[in-house]
Design a protein. Structure first.
Ligand SMILES: [Zn+2]
Ligand SMILES: [Zn+2]
Length: 165
């Protein structure tokens, strides 16, 4: 006769899997324990008793840190215009949350202009409004009238990327 499945072990296995998954997704040990529905002290005790679990949790943490450092999929490099559409001062590139670039007027906060997308070199042929690259950099969209133009390619950068406009 087969012995009844040890419930405690099953629960523990489930908790360990949940904790490892959370850790892989960048959770701290405390958050991982919460995701696994156990106290962080319990998780610490388990990993003290179990070298394999200790290694797995450490490895999951390393993977998460690595994923955080991984650059976002690279977008085609495009030429962008450096004058602010509102006041014509020089535009600067900043990074939000350490990784998302955005463009903003160099006179900020005196001038409030900011954008998640860089300004295209030429203004709109229809309304002469400032135009901005799409998120994928495959087209240019006019802020004024909404006219969207496919990206005119003009060459290849020294990094082998296609250049627009
Ligand atoms: Zn400005
Ligand atoms: Zn327009």
């Amino acid at each position: 006769m087969k012995p009844a499945p040890p419930n405690q072990d099953q629960d523990r296995q489930r908790a360990v899997t949940a904790a490892l998954q959370a850790r892989q997704q960048g959770s701290t040990l405390r958050q991982a324990a919460a995701a696994a529905n156990i106290h962080v002290a319990t998780l610490c005790r388990w990993q003290q008793q179990d070298a394999e679990l200790r290694r797995a949790l450490a490895e999951a943490g390393r993977q998460a840190a690595l994923a955080r450092r991984q650059p976002r999929p690279s977008r085609p490099q495009v030429r962008w215009r450096r004058d602010c559409p509102l006041c014509r001062a020089r535009v600067v590139v900043r990074t939000a949350r350490g990784r998302v670039p955005f463009w903003r007027c160099g006179r900020w906060p005196l001038c409030p202009w900011a954008s998640w997308r860089p300004r295209a070199p030429r203004n709109c042929p229809r309304c002469n409004g400032p135009r901005f690259w799409s998120a994928s950099r495959k087209s240019v969209v006019c802020d004024g009238c909404g006219l969207r133009t496919k990206r005119p390619l003009t060459g290849v950068s020294d990094r082998g990327e296609l250049l627009g406009e």
